[in-house]
Design a protein around this ligand. Sequence first.
Ligand code: PXP
Length: 251
Amino acid sequence: MAKPLRLGVNIDHVATVRNARGGLLPDPVRAAKLAISAGADGITAHLREDRRHIRDDDIARLKAEISKPLNFEMAATDEMLAIALKTQPHACCLVPEKRTERTTEGGLDVAGQSANLKPAIHALKHAGIRVSLFIAAVPEQIEAAAALGADIIEIHTGAWCEALAEGQAAHADAEWKQIVAGAALAAGLGLEVHAGHGLDYASAEEIAALPQIVELNIGHFMIGEAIFVGLPETVQQMRAAMARGRATSSS
Ligand code: PXP
């Protein structure tokens, strides 16, 4: 039997809508609570250096008010590290960040940046915070993540999802094979394996079949769907898609 598969809901884009007008509404913490009551296993929020969506007080309120684990996405900067150590989230997912990008475009270059990442990973682990590294599923990066003592890798599924959405079958297939092999390699090295970026119902169902993956973190698609059918219904449909995929899992 495959391990259970958790759903982490990323509520960043509730804050995007709020910030489009200023003020307090819609409240991302309310969305987080609603997602949890509808079946989410955790909440993910990315405090970007430019604070374009989630803000410092959102992170503090999430930590204080939600009843499930908070996965705090952040760049490995001194400023973010200090916030993480103060907030004490359940986990920190270290992501690369460029101010000009619309979203997190590529994985973290763990192999090339290990000297920079090492102190941040050490400090977070020392504080009892689980450390996740958001990487492409390439062996060099996975091995570097294990060598640095990360607890978790989150496989960047963006390139696969984009190829699927654009109907580039050969590209999607190559990305998929890399994800399958990467998940097996990472689990073999003792890493917990998560995945996220660009997932929708169909791709979440497909990736749920990989037995090594124990958590999916999903945001943009779900918040978009919630506009039409509501957040609880979206969480329930996503959970159903994941359960269908998991039921086909090979082990
Ligand atoms: N996981 C990580 C590490 C991310 O940076 C993001 C985007 O913020 C997500 C998951 C969620 O991606 P999406 O919003 O495309 O579902």
